[in-house]
Design a protein around this ligand. Structure first.
Ligand SMILES: *[C@@H]1O[C@H](CO)[C@@H](O)[C@H](O)[C@H]1NC(C)=O
Ligand SMILES: *[C@@H]1O[C@H](CO)[C@@H](O)[C@H](O)[C@H]1NC(C)=O
Length: 235
């Protein structure tokens, strides 16, 4: 199922991508899966890893260096124009620290030029960060921190999320919905006050997997069995 990159364009909407599915078993196609490192690129590295995989033999490996310019990502701008669902398996070499890091980033013109919707870590937990105002989802209060998850080390885990056209965000980790990583307009969540102080509705133009740190943290991440769709995928 994951052997080839599959691009199924909708017949009636030629620019909408219905589904991308990639397991890197045919290698790393650098035309389809482009490198992304805005502003600067010093020390981060992407390779095809033929020694570890979620399924099959291959995965894509990102060795992220420390500091903003140590960032590097690999991904695609072929994202649906409406609802966006992304499902990936990932493995991290090191746990998150208290410092702010990103491992999935999305250019998001809804926030302004060169701004990103980011998924990463801070306070040792999984979170979202909106670059334009540095808001986090969830709030980094003790209750907010407890409403999300920490990521295990050296184990493949499934992460899926939904960016809705109404500005909603839903997240599933290992197949389970994470309350602190859920924000829906009009639905109260005691741990998302900072996120919901803005009415920006993310409208992402790509999804890129990698590493970016704002302190000195370095890490290695592996990604496999990535699906980008306009519908829920599941683990
Ligand atoms: C890479 O993907 C593109 C389409 O995205 C395709 O045209 C090309 O043949 C692929 N390259 C290889 C080496 O498979
Ligand atoms: C992941 O999900 C599986 C199946 O639901 C469950 O057995 C396992 O305990 C979960 N692991 C973690 C770390 O949540």
């Amino acid at each position: 199922m994951f052997g080839n990159t599959a691009l199924f364009a909708l017949a009636l909407a030629p620019f909408a991508v219905a589904q991308i599915s990639e397991g890197f078993e045919q290698g790393w196609n650098q035309t389809t899966w482009t490198t992304y490192a805005p502003d600067c690129n010093q020390g981060g590295k992407i390779t095809l890893d033929t020694t570890t995989a979620h399924t099959g033999k291959n995965s894509i490996r990102v060795d992220g260096a420390g500091g903003y310019c140590g960032h590097i990502f690999v991904g695609t701008n072929k994202v649906p124009t409406g609802d966006v669902y992304v499902r990936t398996y990932f493995k991290a070499a090191k746990a998150f620290t208290d410092s702010h890091v990103t491992f999935i980033t999305h250019p998001d013109p809804a926030q302004g030029a060169n701004k990103h919707l980011r998924i990463g870590g801070q306070s040792k937990i999984l979170m979202y960060n909106r670059e334009s105002d540095d808001a986090t989802l969830p709030d980094l209060s003790p209750q907010g921190i407890a409403s999300t998850v920490s990521i295990p080390v050296n184990t493949w885990r499934c992460l899926e999320y939904h960016l809705g056209t109404d500005g909603s965000i839903e997240t599933w980790f290992n197949g389970t919905a994470v309350s602190g990583l859920t924000a829906k307009p009009g639905v109260s969540n005691p741990n998302t006050a900072q996120w919901q102080r803005s009415s920006i509705k993310p409208k992402v133009t790509g999804v890129y997997f990698g590493w970016e740190s704002y302190g000195g943290d370095t890490n290695t991440f592996w990604y496999d069995d990535i699906v980008v769709s306009d519908k829920k995928i599941g683990c």
